[in-house]
Design a protein around this ligand. Structure first.
Ligand code: NAD
Length: 687
């Protein structure tokens, strides 16, 4: 029987207690059919005199873990959730929500509408609506403050925090943890409540100290970057203490309805769907994954240690190998310091930190590679060095082990060719810091076997990453986009904008930092060396901005030298430097460029267009797997504002005709060497 043909809600009886099962796999989403089924069941509980209490419980692996995504952005079908919760409250018999898996969003609001909540130990609860640009719209902002107080409700709702098991009990989000059979425990609890009602709406709000509320508001606004959903959530939660329940509830619903149709909510839904899309790889269907338990990481530098930590945290055994004893010691210390800092910040229990470190072995002897199921190389970014390392790995690794390179730019096929098993070689491009950044590119070489690739994707998931499958091309998806972005910003400077204007305009748009401040932070020398290496093969007719080279030649390598595009004094705050202006003016004069005034609007427009154009080229070349992967890369790896959706989201709003004209305009203004992408593949939504 299909899910649709089966009743999504069914009422069973355990003596005098009704057990209402919600059965809408895979996540028991609160669809219109579920809501209608719940209303019927609640009605039966109210009418049947033999029933004294009821339990709401999810069939399968979870309670209601989220909304029905088919309703995202669409008009809501009747009956709506507030009506269901109102019926539970109006029913004179008590309801107990029996939670397992996840009770999120509308699922947790439904639980808050019940008289009590009882949860299996690992249950996760939360109201993550703001992450989709909306607020809880079925009483969450009103009932939660009655349960946990205004300051805690502010923190939880404004961040979309999810709280698990024991922590949920400690915070009073659930009343009891059921160690044994959840349904039996919930039935017993419901029976014990017979004859009494515990409506949360009847409790007075735990307002909290004014200072605690003010602090929670300030923290929420800061972390939530003043986004409209966060502001609306704050207003709604504060209203719980200022207005009567029904007035505040109506205010919450109105704000929810208004936010649902906002551009921001649509951009955030785009990001949500892009993540689902990024995991679809029809060409890998049926490819088995190879078992991975032990990972060898080669190179204990910045990336190698971050990768080792990520792998230890995911439960892998890790072997960290080096060529240099000093580098190995430094890498080992960095890992120990990381765990010590986690423990002292109370982010990790001492015994957990201890057991993670016990899964790590560091060594200069590479023979142990034979134990590894996956080898990740993170040595210097130099093709000869990497080829030498891969040849050595090839001689030691067991047959069938997956061999991965963390290269940022180098040709994966040239690396794979140094081995006798190119079918086992993949790219695993982590971003820095590797144990923090969610984005990861999983790169397919020409000879890569589907199961090696599928294994890379599966390991990435287990590491908690957002993996994007990419083709093997210089810079893959992310760094290629970023290069196009940087290039366009340099053009803008050459034509008349100052670096600080470009940075400010893009930060105002929402980027976490401007490109020139980022360049100073990461150091200008790496890109300088790369430009020098490419000088011989560069198209001499293509437009080339010399400013960055001049800065490097003057010893201005960024923050580490106290100067780059900005000057840095105490506190590392970037300061505008007239010497940089002079250097830029000189570079313009040498090319005979008369500077013009460039508006902030033009800066943002050209950056978005440059990114969209590069996205079109990446798609045409088959480097990006899905158009929307571009938006995931920008948001999760490069500080692009999530609430703007991404450049593909933006391009789809512009439409084909406007975008074609825009691309042509961009190519003209960018000058020789510009390539124009075909916008059409960007615009085709697969949904
Ligand atoms: P790093 O200089 O911090 O570390 C490299 C380490 O590799 C050093 O400890 C060195 O001793 C070791 N090493 C060098 N040659 C070796 C050999 N033959 N055998 C064993 N160990 C050797 O460099 P990093 O920043 O960690 O970068 C490593 C790789 O990760 C590069 O390919 C880089 O492009 C890539 N990457 C770096 C970043 C970043 O932001 N730093 C981001 C993504 C990818």
């Amino acid at each position: 029987m299909t899910a649709n043909a089966r009743a999504q809600v069914r009422l069973e009886r355990d003596g005098d207690v009704a057990v209402i099962w919600i059965d809408n796999p895979p996540i028991n989403a609160g669809s219109a059919a579920v809501r209608a089924g719940l209303l019927n069941a609640i009605d039966e509980v109210a009418r049947d005199e033999r029933i004294v209490a009821a339990v709401l419980i999810g069939a399968g692996t979870t309670f209601i873990a989220g909304s029905d995504i088919r309703e995202f952005g669409q008009p809501l079908a009747e009956p709506q959730l507030p009506m269901v919760i109102a019926a539970i409250e109006a029913c004179p018999k008590p309801f107990v929500a029996a939670l397992h898996g996840a009770a999120l969003g509308g699922g947790f609001e439904l639980a808050l509408g019940c008289d009590a909540r009882i949860a299996a130990p690992e249950t996760v609860v939360g109201l993550p609506e703001v992450t989709l640009g909306i607020i809880p719209g079925a009483g969450g902002t009103q009932r939660l403050p009655r349960l946990v107080g205004v300051p805690r409700a502010l923190a939880m709702i404004c961040s979309g925090e999810r709280v698990k098991g024991a922590a949920a009990l400690a915070a009073s989000l659930v009343d009891q943890i059921a160690e044994g059979n959840l349904c039996n425990a919930a039935v017993a609890h419901a029976r014990s409540l017979a004859g009494r009602k515990h409506r949360l709406r009847e409790l007075s709000v735990l307002a909290g100290e004014p200072q605690a509320v003010a602090d929670a508001v300030a923290a929420a606004l800061k972390a939530g970057k003043n986004r409209p959903a966060v502001v609306a959530a704050i207003d709604a939660i504060k209203a719980s203490a200022l207005q009567d329940f029904d007035t505040a509830l109506a205010g919450e619903r109105a704000a929810f309805q208004q936010l649902r149709t906002s551009r921001e909510a649509s951009a955030l839904r785009h990001q949500f769907f892009a993540e689902r899309e990024s995991a679809k790889h029809p060409e890998l269907l049926g490819a088995a994954t190879r078992t991975v338990q032990t990972i060898a990481v080669i190179g204990a530098g910045t990336m190698g240690t971050g990768i080792a930590i990520a792998a230890l945290d995911a439960g892998y055994g890790v072997l960290l190998l080096e060529q240099d004893g000093g580098a190995l010691d430094r890498g080992g210390s960095r890992i120990r310091e990381h765990y010590a800092a986690r423990v002292s910040a109370r982010k990790m229990a001492t015994d957990v930190a201890q057991s993670r470190q016990e899964s790590l072995r560091t060594s200069l002897q590479w023979n142990d590679i034979a134990e590894a199921d996956l080898v990740i190389e993170a040595v210097f970014e130099d093709l000869d060095v990497k080829r030498e390392v891969f040849a050595r790995i090839d001689g030691l690794a067991r047959p069938g082990a997956v061999l991965a390179s963390n290269t940022s730019y180098l040709d994966l096929d040239a690396i794979a060719a140094a081995t006798s098993r190119p079918q086992d070689v993949i790219g695993l491009h982590f971003f820095s810091p590797a144990n923090v950044m969610r984005l990861m590119e999983v790169v397919r070489g020409q000879a890569t076997a589907p199961d090696a690739l599928a294994t890379g994707l599966a390991v990435a998931k287990k590491l908690g990453k957002l993996p994007l499958l990419t083709g093997n091309a210089f810079g893959f998806v992310g760094n290629r986009l970023y290069a196009a972005y940087r290039r366009q910003c340099e053009f803008l400077v050459e034509e008349g904008a100052w670096p600080e204007q470009v940075d400010a305009a893009l930060q105002h748009f929402g980027f976490s930092m401007g490109p020139f401040a980022v360049a100073d932070l990461s150091g200008l020398d790496i890109a300088w060396r790369m430009r020098q290496a490419q000088a011989a093969t560069r198209d001499p007719a293509a437009r080339y901005v010399h400013v960055a080279d001049r800065l490097c030649e003057a010893g201005r390598l960024g923050r580490k030298t106290g100067a780059g595009y900005y000057r840095y004094a105490e506190g590392n705050k970037p300061m505008v430097d007239e010497a940089v202006h002079a250097l830029i003016e000189q570079a313009r004069a040498e090319k005979g460029i008369t500077p013009r005034i460039i508006s902030d609007e033009e800066i943002v427009r050209r950056v978005l267009l440059a990114l969209a154009n590069e996205a079109a080229l990446l798609l045409a070349e088959g480097v990006a797997s899905h158009a929307t992967d571009v938006d995931l890369a920008l948001v999760n790896g490069y500080g692009f504002p999530r609430w703007e959706g991404g450049v593909v989201f933006w391009a789809r709003e512009r439409g084909e005709t406007a975008l074609s004209a825009d691309f042509a305009w961009l190519a003209e203004i960018s000058g020789p060497g510009s390539r124009i992408g075909d916008p059409r593949p960007l615009l085709a939504s697969s949904r």
